[in-house]
Ligand binder design. Sequence first.
Ligand SMILES: C[S@@+](CC[C@H](N)C(=O)[O-])C[C@H]1O[C@@H](n2cnc3c(N)ncnc32)[C@H](O)[C@@H]1O
Length: 254
Amino acid sequence: MRYDNAVTRYMKKVLIGENPSDAEWYEHLLMFNRLHPGGTPKIFRPFTNADRRSSYELLARAVAAFGPAANVIDIGCGDGALVPDLRRVLPDALIVGVDISDVEIDAARLKVDDKRVRFIQAHAAKLPIASDSIDAVVSHLALMLMPDVNEVLLEARRILRQGGRLAFVVDHPGGRDEDSMAMFANAGASIRAQYPGFAQKNPGDQNFRDATAIDEQLKTLGFHNVVMTSIVTTAQLNADAYWEFFASTYVIGM
Ligand SMILES: C[S@@+](CC[C@H](N)C(=O)[O-])C[C@H]1O[C@@H](n2cnc3c(N)ncnc32)[C@H](O)[C@@H]1O
């Protein structure tokens, strides 16, 4: 199995317990996307809930539950993995995927063959999209990685029309099962054996993995009818898949 991590300024600081800047995080993220384009669906697509639905499918169904949408923006779309799930439930919508990474956008354009889909390389806080023009903004496993998520949510609100909807899935460590907790603790311990200063800390806005804090933030920003649902998904991973998980995640030690 290939394991070719690039050593970024972000990684060096995290390993010795220093706080990297937002710019260093984004530099690290872009480097990792370059090494592992389309990494997220490889890891997370096999994880399903008790009804055998992935978090991609659950998010698409949640957004469609509000009725038809003429247009949908997918923030942090990666290689477009959510598009088939969105298409299944919103057959007529124009879908626009936005990602900060040129490599992910290239991968998405290669992978998705659908005339009603566009991909744009942009920072999610600065979208080249008109105000009050969008029916739905969605995001799968991306907002919790953004240190500037508040600006991103303001931007989502700007482009959403009156009555538009925002639906997203974020990872929250409190929702992990015992096996995963043990897996991440072991990974952290082996990193710490070599780098005693290493502190396990997620990148992005630290509050954006906590349902209560997210709920408050959304309400403060003017979103109404906020509903939080806990999704529990599991997968049987073999040893190669575990290794792939750690080799292709940009969150060191999780
Ligand atoms: C964990 S991946 C999720 C990809 C895809 N949504 C999925 O679930 O398969 C997070 C994605 O968010 C993108 N991203 C992170 N910060 C971003 C930002 N500020 N603006 C746009 N995209 C961003 C990353 O480049 C990456 O492709």
